[in-house]
Design a protein around this ligand. Structure first.
Ligand SMILES: NC(=O)c1ccc[n+]([C@@H]2O[C@H](COP(=O)([O-])OP(=O)(O)OC[C@H]3O[C@@H](n4cnc5c(N)ncnc54)[C@H](O)[C@@H]3O)[C@@H](O)[C@H]2O)c1
Ligand SMILES: CC(C)[C@H](C(=O)O)[C@@H](O)C(=O)O
Ligand SMILES: [Mg+2]
Length: 352
């Protein structure tokens, strides 16, 4: 990777994934034209690919993906009622496998209410926070099992793994991000009143890392209370640091309060840069609207801005953000329901 060439893997995925990625790619090309050579390699992976081939992600494909500078990911997964595909197969063996293998320990999920964008909250106020979600541990690691399946004595476990190393590196990232922001505040969200072992590790880690960042204030909130404040007073948050599962749930909520899940972008980031980072909308494959050009591609497009920032093209990233902001600010006045491609084209035309 150099600042005048980037080599990206593109995984459009299932459902609305290919629809929103097509628009994200158009915007990426516009934002980089004339200065940066962009090489894109498509990887056909996901539930549809599994149905066609019986393969989720083989070693050769994984090795090939690892060679790129970064990954643009759409969304994967079948409709919840689709019984042809084992529940969790694609999510675990493709998406989580990429996040874990590529050590995406920072799952960065910004939440910003752009001017003019309608929020379901009656008094949203200024919302501009980021969730730094741990991306490689917690109950997502697949440490569990089931005994006596199907009997009345069945026992099922999913053990949440929290390591000192894993917690420390993501907490340090949250403080470093907060130090660069205006309000300089970190909120740890957990549930240490019940999950005492993991909760105490997170709290102690926050206290010790906080000592290295005297300019950053910090507080703590239980996750159940965090859902209250995210809907009654979201302006109080600046940087939230939390575990993998709480972060998953809170960021769908954050998407909803900032105008809809179709606007929520994310980066799965390997901060050590030893592997390619992966950028994707927070939303899923939305089987209920797939193939109808009803999906909002903005989350995928904002994910491109996060990608451009990560690969060292901050000016191109700003150009994408400005174009999105201009487009979504005008949406309040729009009465038409634009197609996925029409929104993409409108944003492309605003990239300057
Ligand atoms: N990163 C990912 O690939 C990812 C993330 C979440 C869910 N999933 C998978 O996606 C499938 C569907 O999951 P789900 O229904 O729980 O969540 P979802 O995010 O796909 O959809 C939830 C709701 O939001 C709407 N929506 C989502 N994205 C939208 C967009 N861009 N524009 C407009 N509306 C949008 C959908 O139409 C649906 O009503 C499942 O298989 C799930 O495992 C994948
Ligand atoms: C599909 C699933 C594995 C994934 C997660 O839980 O991280 C999704 O919900 C997300 O938010 O990216
Ligand atoms: Mg999610």
């Amino acid at each position: 990777m150099s600042s005048n060439s980037i080599d990206l893997a593109v995984i459009p995925g299932d459902g609305i994934g290919p629809e929103v990625v097509a628009e994200a790619v158009k915007v990426l090309r516009r934002a980089t034209e004339g200065g940066v050579e962009v090489k894109l390699t498509d990887y056909d992976l996901g539930a549809s690919h599994w149905l066609e081939t019986g393969e989720v992600l083989n070693d050769d494909t994984l090795a090939a993906i690892r060679q790129h500078d970064a990954i643009l990911f759409g969304a994967v997964g079948a409709a919840p009622g689709d019984t042809r595909i084992p529940s969790g197969l694609i999510e675990r063996e493709l998406l989580l496998k990429l996040r874990f293998t590529l050590d995406h320990f920072v799952n960065l999920r910004p939440a910003k209410l752009y001017p003019g964008v309608p929020s379901p909250l009656s008094h949203p106020g200024d919302i501009d926070f980021v969730v730094v979600r741990e991306g490689t541990e917690g109950p997502y690691v697949g440490n569990g099992g089931a005994l006596r399946v199907g009997t009345e004595h069945e026992i099922a476990t999913e053990v949440s793994i929290n390591t000192a190393h894993g917690v420390e590196r993501v907490v340090r990232d949250a403080f470093a991000r907060a130090a660069e922001r205006e309000r300089k505040k970190v909120t740890l969200v957990h549930k240490h009143n019940v999950l005492v072992n993991a909760g105490h590790l997170w709290r102690r880690t926050v206290e010790s890392v906080a000592a290295e960042f005297p300019e950053v204030s910090h507080d703590y909130m239980h996750v159940d209370a965090a859902t209250i404040f995210m809907t009654t007073d979201p302006g109080r948050f600046d940087v939230i640091v939390t575990d993998n599962l709480f972060g998953d749930i809170l960021t769908d909520l954050a998407g909803a309060v900032t105008g809809g899940i179709g606007l929520a972008a994310s980066g799965n980031i390997n901060m050590d840069r030893t592997e390619p980072s992966m950028f994707e909308p927070v939303h899923g494959s939305a089987p209920d609207i797939a193939g109808q050009q009803k999906a909002d591609p903005t989350a995928a497009i904002l994910s491109v801005a996060l990608l451009l920032e990560h690969v060292g093209l901050p000016e191109a990233a700003r150009a994408v953000e400005r174009a999105v902001e201009e487009d979504i600010t005008s949406r309040a006045e729009l009465t038409d329901e634009r197609s996925t491609a029409e929104i993409g084209d409108a944003i492309v035309s605003l990239v300057a």
